[in-house]
Design a protein. Structure first.
Length: 96
């Protein structure tokens, strides 16, 4: 066993295949949560502009992705409004 187990006079727990699957599902659940802030910050930046977003969330600046200003997304407004509506519907259902 590794030295940590010897120091603690312990033995590692033997994993079963179901443990690996459960851990994988737990990681997937945790990792899938990142889309919400991405949509929120994107919608806020588009609606209020980058200056107001920096006022509202000053810590967002170091993490802002580099997006070319020359690219035009004609359907972005429709996408964001649809996602906002769906988000509100989900919040109504879950009470969050």
């Amino acid at each position: 066993y590794p030295v940590e187990f010897k120091l603690l006079r312990s033995a590692p727990v033997r994993w079963k295949p179901v443990d690996v699957i459960a851990y994988g599902r737990l990681m997937a659940h945790d990792l899938q949560q990142s889309w919400k802030p991405e949509i929120l910050f994107g919608a806020l930046a588009q609606y209020f502009g980058p200056e107001k977003l920096n006022e509202l969330f000053p810590l967002y600046e170091p993490f802002r992705p580099t997006i070319s200003e020359a690219i035009n997304y004609p359907h972005a407004d429709l996408l964001f409004s649809t996602l906002w509506d769906l988000e509100y519907n989900i919040r109504d259902l879950t009470g969050t």
